[in-house]
Design a protein around this ligand. Sequence first.
Ligand SMILES: C[S@@+](CC[C@H](N)C(=O)[O-])C[C@H]1O[C@@H](n2cnc3c(N)ncnc32)[C@H](O)[C@@H]1O
Length: 246
Amino acid sequence: MNDWHPRYIQQARWTAQLRQYLFQKAELAAAARILEVGCGTGAVLEDLPVKPGAAVHGLDLSHHSVKRASVHAPGIIPLCADGSFLPYPNACFNLVFCHFLLLWAKDPGRLLREMVRVTCRGGAVLALAEPDYGGRIDFPLELAALGQWQADALKSQGADPLVGRKLAGLLVSAGLKNVETGVLGGAWQIPILPGERELEWDVLESDLAGKIPDQDIQALKRLDLASTENGTRMLFVPTFYAWGRV
Ligand SMILES: C[S@@+](CC[C@H](N)C(=O)[O-])C[C@H]1O[C@@H](n2cnc3c(N)ncnc32)[C@H](O)[C@@H]1O
């Protein structure tokens, strides 16, 4: 896929209410120094409700994404670096978070320990959204193959499709206290928003290209779009969150 920003905006829309709840509990509005690790193109940073004068840092492994993040969230302090080796001193942020990042990490425990290291005592570390494809629900049932294909494709890209269920334990192991965890619920509008399924398919087709015969992909795409059209389609990927105090 050439432009990931529309997909990241879509994912940020799914977690908007949850972020509001978690950021309030973690006292984002009082934080002076904030960091998003794996900020991508800035989909979450672009409307982060921080206090005037707060320093908001966005870090990502991808130079291209960091540049896009500075455009979408012009006030941020961007940096291209690996979250597993955060180039910041100990205890210099009040709140550090990630959103759809740990899924991609070779060693999510290391990444979280780094997030904890750079957070001051009493500060908060939040993993806002990490999916678990092992708990995916598809209907009509023939579409279950899609979930398996996608999980296999993610594994072949080095991602962990089951990271969601491991999230709370990862935060506890990273030394966070008073860990609160949960699963994002689902709520759907029928008919769904125009373009929603197409965005999902852009990702799927790019993930599955060369791994699954195109005619098999297209057969399930037709079934998916037809069942979406007639209101019978159901797709739910459990997406976990967890946060705690340093
Ligand atoms: C699915 S995107 C999410 C982007 C953003 N957090 C959002 O929700 O819109 C994951 C991002 O994590 C970045 N990433 C993956 N591994 C990383 C690492 N070790 N350190 C920093 N960024 C990383 C990728 O480059 C990508 O931009």
